[in-house]
Design a protein around this ligand. Structure first.
Ligand SMILES: [Zn+2]
Length: 676
């Protein structure tokens, strides 16, 4: 989802960067400990402790030969009642137990129960808050929880339809099984349910605009909770802030809505001949071959009855299927404008659905979708047939093949949110991490990649993704929670940093300063390849990056991801001493004052007026927090500066140069040409 930065800006003190004292990082071992393995190793370079590798998750970070994952396939028939504003559905949920464990009960998610006025989420957040329930008093009404009947098959006896005993605990439901589900077995649940739309819900909901209603429907059907090798059943409540963790499978969904509505949904539309006009089908065929946006239903057509097929019963049923997805969402409105274009040379159809008054901004939206799909395919080619952007009440939220974006006033801002939400197609829609526990594994990864798309689309314009200044303000004033903080426990005021910006910046530094794009990108692509449609943990990511980049990065992961340590490199002084050949030479005293170690870029001003650049590896901090750089060949240095190009988020820049100057950004040379 998209995080609105105003919370962060409101709580960050301006001019905080003027602080001269490094913050106390009492919880972090300084780099200045002795080399050696006797006693407790407190070096910044000690191996990061990760879970012991096994046959499921290997030491290289790849899924092992015993890796397993559950599977959930859904057949859903739902209808939208636009008078009562209720969705009613029935669902056949086929659950494959691929684990080595016998399951005596199943856990399912009933996310709509967040919208009860007594829910835990409603108690946590004020009604109008970003993750609040806006005074909704809805929730799921279950009308059937049963085992679906099944005929006898080889090795399995017939199953009669059986009502199941269940327990609802907030947004979670435990279904007790009459017989245990052994390893390798499958069962099918038969569920029926309904829920009402609230006044203005979280990540979904309805909006009145242009004389019509846009319905955005998500977290809308009982979904399987994940049972995995790491924690067994993942039963965290849906509180509103933390996002999702879901099993992969196939969806076969029919949606019955008033015939005058257009529906956008996860998956391939299976019955266009029934729900679209011949003109619209012809335009869609044209769009599949067109890099330019093709209007499927124009602004001037939304009130034209001829833009919908004849439907004597007053409703139409739209049929969608989707493979290798972890969720399914949809939107419907009677007055959607709709356009589309080809992405990835016809492999995917990029589409936008929006109300007529959004047209002046949104007629460019499909090209934003196409841009995002094509550029993020650098990690793995976008694997789905459609990528859809819908304009409605939700500010910015991602689902497989479909995203909801609200902005309709500013083309650049619309690009920003669209690019972000479509970016989630890779993290977490393809790479299915546990968002409720690790916000950085989806929002942080996404913010990282958003940085480069923004640079490409709007070069030389302010880039808020992986942003230095925003992180520095936060680090100097409000940093309290490491990136590993579970998503629901992150302070909402700093969620934009902890969930998004800081991990985005950390990965950008790892790519552009530490490893270089070639090594980083190779490793990142391998991470996506290994864990596509699977459930990676942080350790699987760290190990895969080290495996692909060829580097033990414990010294990087620990402070950035597990602590609130900061970076402060300094030049403490310049001395003169004889070198090993007896020549008098300059010695530059460097110091690492924060809890983060990084490589050092050092610019030197020599006595003869020339300058020299030296790149020192991170290993200079092996012996602790100080390092003496001996300038070779008996040369004299008159000034030195670390991080001369402002590549690093150094929290105290005033100590970066020697001699100290009033203006830390003053060029190293006094040469009036500005040459260094
Ligand atoms: Zn997001």
């Amino acid at each position: 989802m998209r995080f609105v930065l105003r919370f962060l800006l409101a709580c960050a003190a301006p001019a905080a960067l003027a602080a001269q004292n490094p913050p106390a990082n009492a919880d972090v071992g300084r780099a200045d400990t002795v080399r050696g393995l006797t006693g407790t190793d407190t070096s910044a370079f000690r191996r990061l402790e990760l879970p012991t590798p096994n046959l499921i998750r290997t030491g290289s970070g790849a899924p092992g030969r015993a890796y397993w994952q559950q599977r959930a396939d859904y057949v859903i028939h739902a209808s939208l009642d636009t008078v009562k504003r209720v969705v009613t559905g029935d669902e056949r949920l086929t659950y494959a137990n691929n684990s080595p464990d016998t399951l005596r009960y199943l856990w399912l998610q009933l996310d709509q129960n967040l919208f009860r006025d007594t829910s835990r989420g409603a108690r946590l957040f004020p009604p109008g808050a970003r993750n609040g329930t806006h005074g909704a008093n809805g929730g799921v009404t279950l009308t059937r929880v049963a085992l679906a009947p099944a005929p006898a098959r080889k090795g399995a006896r017939a199953v009669a339809p059986t009502s199941l005993d269940y327990l609802v605990n907030g947004t979670m439901m435990r279904v007790n099984l009459p017989r245990p589900l052994p390893p390798g077995a499958t069962l099918t649940l038969d569920l029926a349910w309904s829920f009402p739309f609230g006044p203005n819900d979280n990540r979904m909901g309805l909006e009145e605009i242009d004389g019509g209603t846009i319905y955005e429907v998500a977290q809308w059907y009982p979904r399987m909770a994940v049972y995995d090798d790491v924690r067994g059943w993942n039963t965290e409540q849906y509180l509103g802030q933390g996002e999702f963790y879901l099993e992969y499978g196939r969806f076969d969904v029919t949606l019955t809505v008033p015939a005058n509505m257009l529906v956008a949904a996860t998956g391939t539309l299976r019955n266009p001949e029934l729900v679209l006009t011949a003109t619209q089908r012809a335009r869609l065929a044209e769009a599949r071959k067109s890099d330019e946006t093709v209007v499927i239903r124009g602004v001037d057509e939304v009130n034209d009855p001829a833009s919908r097929p004849v439907a004597p019963g007053g409703t139409l049923t739209w049929h969608f299927t989707a493979d290798s997805v972890r969720d399914f969402s949809w939107a419907a409105a009677r007055h959607f404008v709709w356009d589309a274009a080809s992405a990835n040379d016809g492999a995917t159809l990029a589409e936008s659905f929006y109300p007529p008054s959004a047209d002046s901004i949104w007629k460019g939206a499909t090209q934003d979708v196409k841009f995002a799909v094509e550029n993020y395919s650098r990690w793995m080619k976008y694997p789905y047939p459609v990528a859809i952007n819908v304009n409605g009440i939700e500010g910015g939220m991602e689902y497989p093949m479909i995203v909801f974006c609200h902005n309709r006033t500013n083309a650049q801002a619309l690009f920003g949110v669209t690019d972000h939400e479509i970016g989630h197609s890779w993290f977490p829609m393809i790479v299915g991490s546990n968002e409720r526990r690790y916000a950085w594994m989806d929002e942080g990864f996404n913010t990282f990649q958003n940085f480069y798309n923004w640079e490409k689309r709007y070069p030389n314009q302010p880039n808020r993704r992986g942003n230095f200044d925003s992180y520095l303000r936060y680090a100097a004033t409000a940093e309290r929670q490491p990136l590993m903080t579970p998503a629901d426990r992150i302070d909402l005021r700093t969620l934009g940093e902890v969930g998004y910006n800081k991990p985005g910046l950390a990965l950008r530094l790892l790519r552009d300063v530490v490893l270089g794009p070639d090594r980083f990108d190779t490793a990142m692509r391998e991470y996506v390849r290994r864990w596509a449609f699977k459930h990676p943990t942080p350790a699987d990511f760290f190990r895969t990056m080290e495996d692909g980049a060829g580097e033990d990065l414990s010294w990087f992961w620990r402070p950035w991801f597990y602590t609130t340590a900061t970076l402060d490199q300094s030049v403490d002084s310049i001395a003169t001493a004889p070198d090993s050949t007896g020549k008098t030479t300059s010695r530059v005293m460097l110091r690492n004052r924060g809890g983060i170690v990084m490589p050092v870029r050092l610019d030197l001003l020599l006595e003869d007026g020339t300058t020299e650049r030296v790149d020192l590896p991170v290993e200079i901090w092996y012996d602790g927090g100080s390092f003496v750089y001996d300038v070779p060949q008996g040369r004299r240095v008159t000034a030195a500066v670390v991080d001369p190009d402002n590549q690093l988020p150094d929290i105290v820049r005033a100590n970066n140069r020697w001699p100290r100057t009033a203006d830390e950004r003053e060029p190293l040379s006094t040469d009036s040409t500005g040459k260094q």
